[in-house]
Unconditional design. Sequence first.
Length: 221
Amino acid sequence: MTGAFLAILRRDLALAVRAGGGGELALVFFLTVVVLIPFALGPDLNLLSRIGPAILWLGALLATLIGLDRLFQADEEDGSLDLIRGAPLPLELAVLAKALAHWLTTGLPLTLAAPLLGLLVALPVESVLPLTASLALGTPALSFIGAGAAALTASLRRGGLILPILVAPLCVPVLIFGVSASDAARGPMPLQSPLLILAALSLMAAVVGSVAAAAALRQPD
């Protein structure tokens, strides 16, 4: 069972690297959002520094949505999803492997790029480490929540248009505590609390998202 899980994980990672356009496009979109918003806000560095964590988290959420609709749709189109359904590996674990591969190719690069992009939004030095930690703990929740929504729209021709509407409201708690973790470095709020909540949200999203996605994939078209 472990071998089947790792096989799906390696397959999705290999497809993402070979096909391109997934993680790279998300990273470029993330950069675009972080660069454009300061131009719209103007030269007020104090304002920019205050809302910098929110800009980075919002950019991470929007960038995660790119390519999320293809998480199961591509397998549905080429018949791979039927093989995954019929495999001895439980469908919940197969979904978990695919969502984990999505995070490794999308969420992890965004997390690693965030400290550098923080310079563009005048992010204080003391907020860089908390922001990076919050993204590392919180972005997995975005991928797992997105996996559940992607499974619901896998058989729809234009499911990518519905996906953001389904995912965005469910990601609001992640955004709130992600920004709170970054702000905790400058205020009286303890940093440990929002980080622990983010970790709990990601673990909960991994379980609930995998079960919900597997149930949606089992439904007849």
